[in-house]
Design a protein around this ligand. Structure first.
Ligand SMILES: NC(=O)c1ccc[n+]([C@@H]2O[C@H](COP(=O)([O-])OP(=O)(O)OC[C@H]3O[C@@H](n4cnc5c(N)ncnc54)[C@H](OP(=O)(O)O)[C@@H]3O)[C@@H](O)[C@H]2O)c1
Length: 185
């Protein structure tokens, strides 16, 4: 036995099929265009001033979310994103439905303040899309932790756990709804 015993879950690098799958999905697959209505729903998208977060936020607004919170670390960038969304979704003109709230996940205090504001000011929370994240090789300490761990892991999960009561309350108040928590990695 000893070394000849086979692992129960063998992990092998299968580069050929992985590369084929990557190019196939990039070149030939178009994700379905979302059509589900978010009428009446309150949605938070973190890191929504650019990239995937901005595009997700644009869809939520287009799909009639009643309240959309753009949670961003630079409010002026969030305001510019809001303008961009309003300009692109011509079927709606209720600018008040989109709010820009500050959230800096390098800071535990900012993350907790954001969650307190959610608890106090939002009457319901139907979906929280935790999209904010960084990808850098630069080593830096923020709030006593390495920055990528702090932003992508520690404060993402602090946010997730702190938003759970509001999501749970929403389920209690609207039993037919299913609040969602999404963590993007
Ligand atoms: N695109 C991909 O292929 C891919 C693949 C795997 C995973 N992901 C993950 O998906 C998410 C979005 O990707 P993306 O390509 O759209 O990224 P992106 O364009 O770099 O956007 C990241 C967002 O996170 C925000 N952010 C960064 N640090 C923050 C902080 N400390 N506090 C609050 N917000 C912060 C950024 O704000 P600023 O503009 O102010 O910096 C930006 O709005 C990320 O979490 C990424 O790790 C993406």
């Amino acid at each position: 036995m000893g070394n000849t015993q086979e692992s129960e879950f063998p992990i092998q690098l299968n580069l050929g099929p992985a590369i084929r799958q990557f190019f196939y999905s990039q070149l030939f697959i178009t994700p379905r265009y979302p059509t589900h209505s978010f009428a009446g729903k309150t949605i938070i998208v973190t890191g929504s001033n650019v990239g995937l977060g901005l595009e997700a936020a644009r869809h939520f607004y287009r799909l009639n979310a009643a309240k959309l919170i753009l949670a961003v670390r630079t409010v002026s960038k969030g305001q510019a994103a809001k303008e961009d969304i309003l300009k692109s979704v011509t079927a709606r003109n209720d600018a008040d439905a989109i709010e820009v709230w500050p959230l800096d996940q390098t800071s535990n205090q900012s993350t907790l303040e954001f969650c307190e504001r959610v608890q106090k000011e939002l009457p319901r929370l139907d979906a929280a899309v935790l999209n904010a994240g960084i990808n850098t090789k630069e080593f830096r300490i923020v709030d006593d932790y390495e920055q990528v761990t702090q932003v992508n892991v520690l404060n993402t999960f602090l946010l997730a756990l702190s938003l759970l009561p509001k999501l749970r309350d929403t389920k209690g108040e609207f039993p037919d709804e299913t609040p969602h928590l999404t963590i993007c990695y």
